[in-house]
Design a protein around this ligand. Sequence first.
Ligand SMILES: [Zn+2]
Length: 172
Amino acid sequence: MADPRPLTGEPLPLDLLNTAWVEDGGPRDLLAEDGGVATWLASRGLAAPADGRARAALVEAREALRALLTAPVDLAARERVNAVLARGAERVRLGPDGPVREVDVAETWRVPWQAATELVALRERHGDRIRRCANPECVLWFLDVSRPGTRRWCSMAACGNREKARRHATAA
Ligand SMILES: [Zn+2]
């Protein structure tokens, strides 16, 4: 199956969030579809299990990350992400060519753990650039890498123009 999502290519944690989107006015969830987990993993170039347990782990991580980004000061949201983070641990040691990082994590949790870990790093470095699309009906997330930091939409074509048209209609 080709990746059917409207927005791809965001950093891993946001890309995981973007496995859920709105299509024709209703929610669509790639992870809930037949072959959807495998499609998403292939789209990311990740070799990982795509069975029911992997799906459940990915969904658990996705909803924890969404809860945290939606309510960053909420203790329960933080604890949900901490529960995902607790699934794995990274060990660093020095090898002949520099640091070697080994992750201790069950195969099923490797990608969900990685997504949670990367979200922590992303918030630390670029917390003010993690955005949800400004269209209130859109649930997509992106990292604003524009120089002025003024990106508001998942895409101009999908949401930006619609908002412009709406404002135009209100003004008329
Ligand atoms: Zn959007």
